[in-house]
Design a protein around this ligand. Sequence first.
Ligand code: IVH
Length: 721
Amino acid sequence: MPRYDKSLDIDAMTPRQAKREHTRLQAEIAEHDKRYYQDDAPTVSDAEYDALRRRYNAIEQKFPDLVTQGSLSLTVGAAPARGFAKVRHTVPMLSLDNAFSEEDVVDFVERIRRFLKLADDEPITFLAEPKIDGLSMSLRYEDGELVRAATRGDGTEGEDVTANIRTLKDVPQKLKGRNLPAVCEMRGEVYMKKADFLALNERQTAAGGQVFANPRNSAAGSLRQKDPAITASRPLHFFAYSWGELTKVPEKTQSAMVAWMAARGFDTNPLSKVCKSVKELVAFHRSIGERRAKLDYDIDGVVYKVDRLDWQERLGFVSRSPRWAIAHKFAAERAETVLNGIDIQVGRTGALTPVAKLEPVTVGGVVVQNASLHNEDYIKGIGASGEAIRNGTDIRIGDTVVIQRAGDVIPQIVDVVLDKRPKSAKPYHFPAVCPACGSHAVREINLRTGKEDVVRRCTGGLICPAQAVERLRHFVARDAFDIEGFGEKQAEAFYADGLVMEPADIFTLRQRDARASKKLADREGYGETSVTNLFNAIDARRKVPLNRLIYALGIRHIGDINAKILARHYGTIEAFEEAATAADVPTDRKDKGNDAWQELNSIEGIGDVVAEAVVEFFNEKKNRAALKRLLAEIEVEPMEEARSDTPVAGKTVVFTGTLEKMTRDEAKAMAERLGAKVSGSVSKKTDYVVAGPGAGSKLKDAQKHGVTVMDEDGWFKLIGR
Ligand code: IVH
């Protein structure tokens, strides 16, 4: 059952207690939402979830001041339901008829002329606009205030995405100007720029999250987030081009309406143009088509709209499209070709990325022979929420695939032509070893959710050539071996010349240089002195504290703090290696793992993910061999002693309340590194209390004992950060 303190009766709460409980519930509900919507792995029943929501809403009802921007009640409207509330459009959201040729455009204009019984020489004015490839949105303003945002849905009923839309900078919360119609439903397109889409996919790939096939899917996925904070972190934009309910239509033409929307504070497309003949329409189509690849957002055609609104009114609709508008599509930037092979590239962080090797094909005027395949699941046809590949099928070598190229976006495989699949085509087996170094490559499993990370990574950190430079750079970094005169540049140059391929090589440089015919001192930018200095700097680091060595190994998730925790626990590199090698990662949630795993996993501050990374690293015998070669060159000392030369050395510190800039573990490790003692309770021996929001009795104790109290900023100031 929900873990709230039932003794805290809402009616008896002080505003302070209410605030704390509200914050706590908000975090708990957000976590459940994440497990439910993003991980697809809820840990509470719907009834339990609803109870949390009810309590949260009841607190807000009693303490309305708590309803701020971040409030969860703003995200799902009043109903504590999961999923988006449905919204009925007062004016349906229509779609557009398509034209694919100049002939279709001539027919469209002729139909209008006939319908309106216009003379052959009567000019018809159109507004021609780019057709943005995003998702249409209806924004309802009442007395100038944004009250509701709804997706198109089936045209009659859409989804309420108000809280998410409020995070878009392009959408005004309040319309500009005076004497506004009481109800203004402004419509247009939400879209993501191509560059933002690429950057997002890169971030998602690195973080093991969902990748999207194109900017449109990316915009849709970003908008349909239960947590508006996620939408807020995604760069979405909006162009206004149309309207729904409008209590008073202020202008007489489409073009004047667009200008009116711009004056109300909306972005409108700057490329739109008034055209007076078929010739002008077609010229517009051509010119936009030529600029298409260079635009920073995707378009899939242009739209022509009869400019006079009275004519639009008379023309009306056929089925679900207006007679007064048409979409003139571009020839698809898609093509079919054969997938000849799949290359696996290894990134600097060890991520294995599949790349499609295609029979060269021209798509939108460009020859394409490589396309992104994102990750293993994409090939298997199991994109996280079905957004990855369109028809949900797997991709096989030998398949005929549909390639899409949108502007300068990396070509994508968006479909597989199953009818053309050769009988011999077999499901693709993603390699379980790194193609660059032969070490095993694994997908981390989140033991809590049981879900696999989408990214498969090489575990041969110390020896993998694809990661070598990155690892060497990390190895010599400030918190690791900290070798003066051996930085990123040197790591790269020495690696490129085959002089330093792995950490141990750093320590044999002097010896090898003595025997070499081409000396380091002869290299450009070096001389006798600088080489001697470098060798001396290397020798100065032959003795290394255990925590620095553990950190330097570059094991995933092992930062400076975890390295200390592990060093403190195991005491020697041999004990650490032995324990990690003996540990078996449990295969499912019921399996508890062997003793070594349990010991590792139960170290305070070391969770499943970190423990698994440690085990994976030592499971790779190439890493163990590289470590052995390194240990032959260096001497490992016990963990670094606490420092005595800092402003907090020898002082006793208590951390209390919610820390916002660091975790408790980090705070503790940082204080200890600086020579302070961290205590759990306040006494007269305490020197400092660092209090975050929600600090309670410890704060009172501090006052009682006259102990100096500071917030996190005060702490950072004290330690000089
Ligand atoms: S006008 C009644 N103008 O295209 C007229 N639509 O294929 C409704 N679209 O659902 C649409 N750019 O999402 C219009 N400049 C533009 C557009 C545009 C993109 C989308 C819109 C609509 C779809 C119809």
